[in-house]
Write a protein that binds this ligand. Sequence first.
Ligand SMILES: [Mn+2]
Length: 242
Amino acid sequence: MKPVIGIAAQILKDTTDQFVGQEYIRLNEDYIRAVTKAGGIPLVLADLPCEDLKVLLLKCDGLILSGGWDIDPLLFGENEHPKLGRINRKNDDFFLDALHIAQDRRLPVLGICKGHQLLNVAYGGTLYQDLESQKEGAFRHVQTGERADYSHSVRIEADRWLSDLYPERIDVNSFHHQAIKDLGNGLRSAAQADDGVIEAIEHEKELVFGVQWHPEMLLSRNEDKALALMKKFVQCCAKNKN
Ligand SMILES: [Mn+2]
């Protein structure tokens, strides 16, 4: 049977149409397509009371934390930097709840973009709240191109979860305002940009992985390459289930 992959979606306040202030559960369809093509069955998870979230995660074999806005700096012991972007604490707390349940169940977890940063914070790490002003020599990591355009390259580190999938250097997209500063406990870098920004992580012992780029958005450009990463995660969930 195919593994079921829970995908934690974002809570977003609408500011664009007639329902200003209305909150929406939003998940880019790319995630659904990517998990399906990688051989999994996606289950979209919304912000629910913990006991209900537990019931849904009992049906899951893995968890994906999706992309979204900035993370509340109080979660890593800092006050707001003047250039902190849009945050939604409720969303961060929901992601942390889902992660803690997945950890209790020893489910594999993949964080994408904000999800990758949230993993780092959950393991006690810190973030650059405004990468451009806080890290000297940082490239622009909020690209102006389309979602499947490449923005910068990353160097894949040896003996990591991505190293048997890709050559030493690959091009990726980049849509993040924040980035990992100090790594969380038990986490190590799996890929870095040339400005030193950590673009992928893995846990030393647990089945916990993160990527700062958006592989699901790259499906339309180079499906095999983008899918390799998703397939590896979905297969890890299938294997862990047995
Ligand atoms: Mn980047």
